[in-house]
Design a protein around this ligand. Structure first.
Ligand SMILES: Cc1cc2nc3c(=O)[nH]c(=O)nc-3n(C[C@H](O)[C@H](O)[C@H](O)COP(=O)(O)OP(=O)(O)OC[C@H]3O[C@@H](n4cnc5c(N)ncnc54)[C@H](O)[C@@H]3O)c2cc1C
Length: 302
């Protein structure tokens, strides 16, 4: 269960206690504050706090005394300019703090993003819940034959059933032993910090994760990308929806220049110039490797 009824009651209570503030408020983000968005079978992501809005980015860029706003159109133009020219520090003036519940193997990928502040649930101090990520049938895929770092078609029939059974049984058995080892009934009971090593990587953990908008965009560009593993991509997608409401102009620029854009090499640009001039260009004449050419064609739609 992503959020228990007791936890939901706490969230509802927080959302009822409003207070006036002089700080910048993003109406789009206020509607998300504290609410958990379900991700995977037991996970969630929710906004605990945030600082700044689109105006704050412009305010920092102009180093202004007041609100820093000229007009919405002007601000949007400035934000697009900043994004286009990699003038990233104004985006660092906005911050977000998230509470995330996620499987440990997803957390291992996530924690590689070093430019955030993290505090994780302590499995030395607390007992982990019996909650494991078990993929849906359609997400139980075979190894990709074209990409060593990816998956292909969904498993079917007896194989799919067997895999699902192993995942459930192994997790259940490991957790039974974990519980048995930490129990102090009729025995000393193994320390939690040791007993946890028996648990599989699909068990859920939780953390608070705080990051500025510039580094969040970097995270989202890598993890909301179709090459990212599905299990982390669904978290990135959920965060994208929040950021879209929080800083619509900044997110719009990010979506256009980063998610929708592409980085082209000098060779690739030269090919485009030739194509525009009506010249025929092939992989052999492009100076690119086969893999590069395939990716280039994917970008230009050839
Ligand atoms: C599709 C995909 C596949 C991947 N596969 C693998 C894999 O097989 N094995 C593996 O180990 N990792 C893998 N990674 C992780 C990847 O190599 C990065 O560690 C991860 O994406 C975090 O990126 P980052 O370092 O840019 O982010 P952050 O840690 O958030 O850093 C942001 C930026 O800050 C700067 N920075 C931060 N810390 C330092 C530092 N100590 N020194 C210098 N500059 C710094 C860099 O410019 C960096 O780009 C994969 C990632 C993706 C998206």
């Amino acid at each position: 269960m992503p959020v228990t009824p007791e936890q939901q009651a706490e969230i509802d209570e927080l959302r009822q206690a409003t207070q006036p503030t002089l700080r910048a408020v993003s109406p789009g983000m206020e509607k998300h504050l504290y609410k958990a968005v379900d991700v995977l079978d037991h996970g969630f992501v929710r906004v605990i706090d945030y600082m700044g809005d689109d105006e704050a980015i412009c305010q920092a860029a102009r180093v202004s005394y007041g609100r820093g706003t000229k007009s919405v159109q002007n601000d949007e133009g400035l934000i697009r300019y900043l994004m286009r020219h990699w003038h990233s520090t104004p985006f660092e003036m906005c911050e977000i703090k998230l509470h995330v519940k996620l499987p440990v193997f997803v957390a291992r990928q996530w924690i590689r993003h070093r430019t955030a502040n993290v505090n994780e649930y302590s499995a030395r101090y607390s007992i982990l819940d019996r909650e494991f990520y078990i993929p849906r049938a359609e997400d139980l895929a075979a190894q990709s034959v074209v990409n060593n770092q990816g998956r292909g078609e969904a498993l079917t029939g007896e194989e799919a059933e067997r895999v699902l059974r192993y995942l459930k049984d192994d997790a259940g058995r490991a957790y039974d032993h974990y519980e048995e080892m930490i129990s102090d009934e009729g025995q000393q009971g193994l320390a939690r910090e040791l007993a946890r090593m028996n648990l599989p990587a699909n068990i859920y953990t939780q953390w608070y994760w705080k990051v500025d908008l510039h580094n969040l965009f970097h995270f989202l560009r890598l993890r909301a990308d179709k090459h990212a593993q599905y299990e982390i991509r669904v978290y990135a997608d959920a965060i994208c929806e929040m950021v879209k409401d929080w800083v619509p102009a900044a997110y719009g620029a990010f979506e256009d220049y980063r998610l929708g854009g592409a980085t082209l090499s000098g060779k690739a640009l030269e090919c485009i110039r030739k194509m525009v001039a009506g010249e025929k260009v092939t992989q052999e004449t492009s100076g690119m490797s086969k893999g590069e050419w395939r990716e280039f064609m994917g970008v230009v739609g050839g």
